[in-house]
Design a protein around this ligand. Structure first.
Ligand code: ADP
Length: 264
């Protein structure tokens, strides 16, 4: 299981509303947290920032449709002629009282919900049935999950029985002032050109749900800003970082290029 274990280094995060206080309060009171929002709007960065600020180890798992409960809990592996138990990222986070972040939890297989339920109510227990253990999560353990409600996939909705176990924060794209500051800081591009990219994003996002499945993410704006800051021609940068990643449709590409030319 390739969980990314972050070393506690506080990464830049610019708060959008009261999400930092809410995170701290949820953590202090043993409540699990669900972050809802489109891709690339800062959910992962927020968790990294808060974990580092709290001095807690972070185990991030990118969920996919093949991810099962045993990927999270652990499994017996053959080492030489010995069978040894290896904890999965969730078990490690519970044992050490860290944070486990399940990114795009809705993608994971159904048996994952069975594992999460006793961990996300007042029992706060992880049942490791293969080893016969029942671990009580220490106070500092926190479960954070994210999902993107924008994906129009009826089969992949978070069940009410699962989502009603989490305190939830709705993430949207940051307001233009905040987003400009984020783009400028992350890409090293001046304020004026960062603000123009954010203006363009505002127009592109109005197209989402019509011609585009989703609006342009803050992440893509940072890519575009990075290319521009490094000296790439603006049209080329916008093409590579905004137009091409957003669509394969020639008509929509052209519409985006026209929009970019009129705004930027
Ligand atoms: P998500 O997890 O929502 O898909 P990320 O957290 O990976 O998105 O965000 C993408 C990028 O956007 C981050 O790497 C970071 O550079 C930037 N970002 C977005 N919002 C913020 C913010 N509020 N403060 C700092 N960086 C941000």
């Amino acid at each position: 299981m390739n969980a990314i274990i972050d070393t506690p280094k506080v990464r830049f995060y610019r708060p959008v509303a009261n999400e930092c206080a809410l995170f701290e309060m949820a953590h202090a009171n043993g409540l699990p947290l669900l972050l809802k929002g489109p891709t690339g709007c800062g959910k992962t960065r927020f968790v990294e920032h808060m974990a580092a600020r709290s001095g807690l180890p972070l185990h991030t798992v990118a969920c996919h449709d093949d991810l099962s409960a045993s990927d999270l809990i652990g499994r017996y592996l053959l080492k030489g002629d010995e069978t040894v138990w290896v904890d999965g990222p969730l078990t490690r986070a519970v044992r050490e009282g860290g944070i486990c972040y399940l990114d795009e939890v809705v993608e994971a297989r159904k048996d994952v919900a069975v594992v999460l339920h006793p961990l996300t109510d007042d029992r706060r227990r992880l049942i490791v049935d293969r080893t016969g253990e029942e671990l009580a999560a220490p106070r500092s353990f926190m479960l954070v999950a994210s999902y993107n409600p924008g994906y129009q996939n009826i089969l992949k909705k978070l069940k009410p029985s699962t989502r009603q176990r989490f305190v939830s924060i709705g993430f949207g794209f940051p307001d233009p002032v905040t987003e400009t500051a984020v783009v400028a800081a992350e890409a090293g591009l001046d304020e004026a050109r960062s603000a123009a990219l954010v203006r363009l994003a505002g127009h592109v996002r109005k197209l989402s749900g019509m011609d585009l499945e989703e609006g342009v993410s803050t992440r893509l704006l940072i890519y575009a800003a990075t290319l521009i800051a490094k000296g790439m021609r603006v049209e080329e940068a916008l093409d590579a970082a905004i137009v091409e990643p957003l669509t394969d449709e020639p008509d929509v590409k052209q519409a985006l290029r026209d929009l970019a030319a009129s705004v930027y």
